[in-house]
Write a protein that binds this ligand. Structure first.
Ligand code: CP
Length: 317
């Protein structure tokens, strides 16, 4: 592959390869000197047409720790605001001879459109409700580490059940995680209010639930998603209070999952809506901050692997 556009385009062995590659960066990031010259001389552009805290910062930190020159383009302060088209913006970034472009965009498919216009690798940092591949990869890495700490690590997640609950309809994180976790052998359940469940989601091989208590029964991992009100388009959505009552992860609800079930959330969290603070902050169960930590390592792996051809070293898996 030249680009990283979606988990749906990766084979299982390629996902496993990226997970293995990330381990060296987990180790580097935990040391005192968090720097290598691996990408010295290369330019990475982060072009974000939508807001971000975790993805933008972790891609910036990842590029800098690899020794690349990293520049960020925020659409709100760019000539997009003066009417420049997406294609013209892409051609402009390409003319600056970037060596990798990381893009987040509010429209599904926009990142692939830009990838067609540029000469360098493009990494999808989230496109509409389509995919967020580095999020799913970092989630898999965080889960592996959490299981490893318990002495339960394996190559994959065969035999484990992962329940994803929230606004599945609008969630690129849900889609990428369904594909990634299934590729790694897990059984995936999804849970959402009827108005926020994609029609035909069974076609992805998941078991859909509207009743959160039933979805949680015996699950090994609970991945919570926020309500993406910025993408709502007339869907009926319960009030925050009602949503919390039906779909909020409370300590009482978590007790229905497997006894040592892990709790995940890609962020940003709305505490008291989809997840209670005491659950989000559970030291032995919640791996939310570990997901953020793994985000830097996984993005270092993706930048390293995808720029190998430009550095004239062997390509990836
Ligand atoms: N999980 C995630 O994509 O967070 P940001 O929107 O803050 O990047």
């Amino acid at each position: 592959h030249r680009d990283l556009l979606g988990i749906g385009l990766l084979a299982r062995h390629e996902i496993l390869y990226l997970l293995e590659e990330a381990e060296q960066w987990v180790a580097l990031n935990r040391g005192a000197a968090k720097h290598t010259d691996r990408l010295a001389g290369l330019t990475v552009i982060n072009a974000f047409f939508e807001n971000s805290t975790r993805t933008l910062l972790s891609f910036e930190i990842a590029g800098k720790r690899l020794g690349a020159d990293v520049v960020n383009m925020h659409a709100a302060q760019s000539s997009v605001k003066k009417g420049e088209t997406l294609i013209d913006t892409a051609i402009t970034l390409n003319a600056m001879r970037a060596d990798a472009i990381v893009i987040r965009h509010g429209s599904s498919g926009a990142v692939a459109l830009i990838a067609d216009q540029v000469d360098c690798p493009v990494l999808n940092a989230g496109d509409g409700s389509h995919e967020h591949p580095t999020q799913a990869l970092l989630d898999a890495l965080a889960l592996r580490h959490a299981l490893g700490d318990r002495g339960q690590a394996g190559d994959d997640f065969t035999g484990r059940t992962i329940t994803i609950c929230g606004d599945v309809l609008h969630s690129r994180v849900a889609r990428s995680n369904i594909l990634c976790m299934q590729a790694l052998g897990a059984t995936v359940r999804v849970c959402a209010p009827p108005s926020l469940m994609p029609v035909g989601i069974e076609g992805m091989g998941v078991e859909p639930f509207h009743d959160f208590d039933r979805a949680l029964a015996g699950t090994d991992v609970v991945m919570m998603l926020r309500l993406q009100t910025e993408r709502m388009n007339g869907q009926f959505v319960p009030s925050a209070r009602e949503y919390h009552h039906l779909y909020g992860l409370t300590a009482r609800r978590l007790a229905q999952a497997a006894p040592d079930a892990l709790v995940m959330h890609p962020g940003p969290m709305n505490r008291g809506v989809e997840i209670d603070s005491d659950v989000a902050d559970m030291i032995d169960r919640s791996i939310i901050t570990r997901q953020v930590e793994m985000g830097v390592a996984m993005r270092m792996a993706c930048l390293d692997v995808l720029t190998r051809r430009r550095r004239r070293v062997e390509g990836w898996a």
